[in-house]
Unconditional design. Structure first.
Length: 348
């Protein structure tokens, strides 16, 4: 072994291993709070262990999903309001999992930054843990990458990875039929897609993130950082009650692009745009950006964060299942013969 030394350390290159270790210790209580049946290991190992039998599965099929938060992160970084962005990260993954018919089981995160700031990172990962608690999903591990030269000062990126399971033969969508009812679950705002357009419209408006929000109390930045709503517990209740044929998470592509993903060939959908009130944030975006209604419907969730396709004789059972987690399901349309999503009425 050579004894030559140049005096350089990893810290001199901009990577602080001690700060990374300190972060792991800080977030261990948050991760512990997410423990659920089946969890076998805590943070710090080379991998995460999960016991499907202990979670109650007999003949399980695993389902995995990954996603990020997109350019909504830019608002969080610019305002310093990072506490809810972790909820967004979890929601974008686990809301997708339930659309396959799976119950989310565990979650891992990837947090990359140019310079690790302990307080900021702790707040972000505590938000991830909160999202996991709200979806009964264990935070079993992750990766914190300090990458000087890759990210500008204060910048960071997030990715999430969720794994769920379902019993064999229970996958969604299944048995979608003409006459099925569409139940819309209200969103909590823009959620986590379309933010490149949101930021363009805000720029056009001349407003800054710290200015008063035009449609609600507080600042514009805080309003636009409202976290994505988690639909997991209500969806899992509906799955267990066997009262849904399909679930569609309304993200990028809006209602127009996402609902067809769960429809079999030969079937379309008719949606009554008069069935719900367009939330004020979307009215402001549409007016300020001069958006056509068709563009609004294929870009944003427009107030409906998830759609459940339900047999006509199971509507009340489905409503009751979603209500257990505080979702007031709205009847917004039906499955019809055809191949497209058709709209009647108007949102604007």
């Amino acid at each position: 072994m050579s004894t030559a030394k140049n005096g350089m350390t990893y810290a001199d290159a901009g990577v602080d291993i001690d700060a990374g270790n300190a972060l792991v210790e800080r977030i261990k209580p948050a991760a512990k709070r997410t423990s659920r049946p089946g969890t076998m290991s805590g943070l710090g190992g080379f991998g995460a262990l999960f016991d499907l039998k202990a979670a109650g599965f007999v003949d399980p099929v695993l389902v995995a999903a990954t996603d990020g938060v997109g350019t909504k992160l830019r608002i969080a970084i610019d305002t310093g309001n990072v506490d809810g962005i972790g909820i967004d990260l979890v929601a974008m993954c686990v809301n997708d999992l339930v659309c396959q018919g799976a119950e989310p089981l565990f979650f891992l995160d990837y947090f990359a930054t140019g310079k690790l700031e302990l307080d900021q990172a702790t707040r972000i990962i505590e938000g991830i843990a909160e999202g996991c608690v709200q979806s009964s999903c264990a935070l079993t591990g992750g990766e914190t990458a300090e990458m000087p030269g890759m990210y500008g000062a204060g910048d960071f990126d997030l990715a999430g990875f969720a794994v769920g399971a379902m019993e064999r033969g229970t996958e969604l969508p299944r048995a979608v039929a003409e006459g099925d009812v569409l139940l819309g679950l209200p969103s909590d705002g823009v959620h986590s897609n379309g933010y490149s357009l949101v930021r363009k419209i805000v720029e056009l408006s001349g407003l800054g993130w710290d200015d008063a929000c035009p449609w609600a109390e507080g600042t514009l930045g805080a309003a636009l950082l409202t976290p994505t709503r988690l639909y997991v517990k209500g969806a899992v209740a509906a799955l267990r009650a066997d009262c849904v044929h399909a679930l569609a998470h309304i993200t990028g592509g809006g209602l127009t692009e996402n609902l067809p993903r769960v429809l079999p060939e030969g079937l379309g959908a008719q949606i009554d745009l008069g069935a719900w009130e367009l939330p004020a944030v979307f009215k402001w975006l549409a007016t300020t950006g001069g958006m056509a209604e068709a563009e609004l419907l294929k870009t944003f969730n427009s107030g409906i964060g998830m759609i459940a396709v339900v047999p006509a004789d199971q509507v009340e059972a489905a409503r009751a299942a979603f209500a257990t987690d505080g979702h007031a399901a709205i009847e917004i349309g039906r499955i019809v013969a055809g191949s497209q999503v058709a709209y009647k009425g108007s949102l604007l």
